[in-house]
Design a binder for this molecule. Structure first.
Ligand SMILES: Nc1ncnc2c1ncn2[C@@H]1O[C@H](COP(=O)(O)OP(=O)(O)OP(=O)(O)O)[C@@H](O)[C@H]1O
Length: 430
């Protein structure tokens, strides 16, 4: 298929990156088969590791991410190439800081294997080489699988926080699961399994606009989901947290502020929406709220809040907590038609959610334990939220339940998503 650049922005933004960002300061115009390294392309130094791009893994607002192989090894890696404007982020430094201190047991953060500056027509980009993961949301499975995935994510947060690092953009779009058997598979068979490339040719309306800033085509990300399922079979997942583009040391501001609607902590939304602070402080408890929202979504498959956007989300958050921080009183009382904030109102909120949560838990007791944990985490006062260690010791994580066949009423879409079911995926506040 060939599209003119002017059409592209509207047609294919969901499956590929925004084409208008292929400009100076934007994405690097990578192509399948490109060999990239820290040196310029004409420097053939054998000592510098080189990576051949073989497929697309994904894209975000700050980067495209590619499946690649080292030229001297068949092993697959992920190469994240940032936009030139985002090249100065401290993502590599944050990942290095996290990797420096080893965890006991398996790691739940992607491993930084290499990083370098890539020179291209749109500027200098940061290239980060890590292990390849499968998207957690697409591969989620039964209740024990989900609990294991949630436990891994809590361990990742514990590891970061023990090292004084706030992730800052913790949502399921930034969480994957390791594909440990990837290295054992025949690379040719893997490529066969990923199937044909879905390419869209980029043709500008006039020849003068066809600059080297543009790639010759854009490619849709490959589908690792069925491949992961084939390899993992019934194995329990090893969760891996990635995208450290908003990560920062405790007490410092992130270089890039962005927060997914479904994971943004109340104090951050309040600072942005009510206090109009452009780059609010995001401290450790903001990650804890996001962890609670992520656990909710891993288990239920649905976001905590749906289709309400940043302005509506605050009034959704208040009734579920049951108490109102002092600093919020004036704002809350200034709104019209708001309910009285009370503990019984919060009980009623969680009772309404219970049916949906129960649907994806092993049994009634498992669902009740999860709700008790979520109610400890999802509180408006950041200081009242538990630490990752307390979360890891929580009764819900300590129990392994066998699914029972207690009969469940099916959940309808109104109960799953609420009445605002119009927004589909991760929406960011930037
Ligand atoms: N290690 C990896 N293995 C497999 N896929 C990955 C990996 N890292 C990233 N991806 C894919 O690429 C996408 C974009 O990556 P990432 O979130 O790091 O980019 P970003 O531009 O920083 O995102 P954002 O829009 O949140 O700023 C991810 O959503 C995921 O689908």
């Amino acid at each position: 298929m060939a599209l003119e650049l002017d059409d592209f922005h509207f047609i294919s933004m969901d499956t590929t990156e925004d084409m208008t960002r292929y400009t100076v300061g934007g994405y690097h115009p990578a192509r399948i088969g490109d060999i990239i390294s820290s040196s310029r392309k004409d420097d053939s130094s054998a000592l510098v590791p080189q990576y051949r791009i073989v497929h697309k893994l994904g894209f975000g607002s700050n980067a495209t991410v590619w499946l690649a192989q080292m030229t001297d090894s068949p092993a697959f890696v992920a190469v994240k190439i940032t936009t030139a404007d985002a090249a100065s982020t401290n993502e590599a430094a944050m990942l290095e800081a996290v990797s420096r201190v080893r965890t006991t047991g398996e790691s739940h953060v992607v491993t930084l294997l290499d990083h370098f500056t890539l020179h291209g027509p749109n500027g200098e980009h940061l290239a980060l080489v890590t292990d390849v993961v499968a998207p957690i949301f697409r591969v989620r499975s039964d209740p024990l699988w989900c609990k294991t995935a949630a436990l891994g994510l809590a361990k990742a947060v514990a590891h970061l926080h023990a090292n004084g690092i706030v992730h800052g953009d913790l949502h399921l779009g930034n969480v994957g699961v390791a594909i440990p058997k990837l290295a054992e598979e025949d690379p040719d068979e893997i490529m066969q399994y990923l199937g044909a490339y879905d390419l869209t040719i980029v043709l500008t309306s006039s020849a003068t606009k066809q600059t080297s800033s543009l790639p010759p085509y854009v490619v849709s990300p490959c589908n690792l989901t069925s491949f992961y399922k084939k390899l993992a079979n019934s194995d329990l997942p090893q969760t891996k947290l990635f995208d450290f583009g908003s990560a920062h040391e405790v007490g410092k501001l992130p270089q890039i502020f962005q927060c997914a609607v479904e994971a943004c902590a109340p104090e951050t939304v309040f600072a942005r929406v009510v206090e109009k602070i452009d780059n609010p402080f995001m401290e450790l408890p903001t990650d804890i709220w996001a962890l609670g929202a992520a656990i909710y979504k891993i288990v239920t498959g649905s976001p905590l809040f749906y289709g309400v956007g940043f302005t509506g989300i605050l009034s959704e958050m208040v009734p579920m907590g049951g108490t109102l921080p002092q600093a919020w009183q004036e704002w809350w009382l200034g709104l019209s038609d708001v309910p009285t904030v009370s503990a019984s109102g919060a009980d009623a909120w969680w009772t309404r959610r219970r049916k949906m949560i129960r649907q994806d838990c092993a049994n009634d007791a498992d669902a009740d334990a999860l709700i008790a944990l979520l109610r400890k985490i999802l509180v408006l006062d950041p200081k009242a939220r538990p630490t990752p260690e307390e979360i890891l010791q929580d009764a819900w994580f300590l129990r392994i339940d066998k699914p029972t066949d207690e009969k469940q009423e099916p959940v309808n879409s109104q109960e799953r998503f609420g009445s605002n079911s119009s927004v589909v995926d991760v929406d960011h506040l930037q």
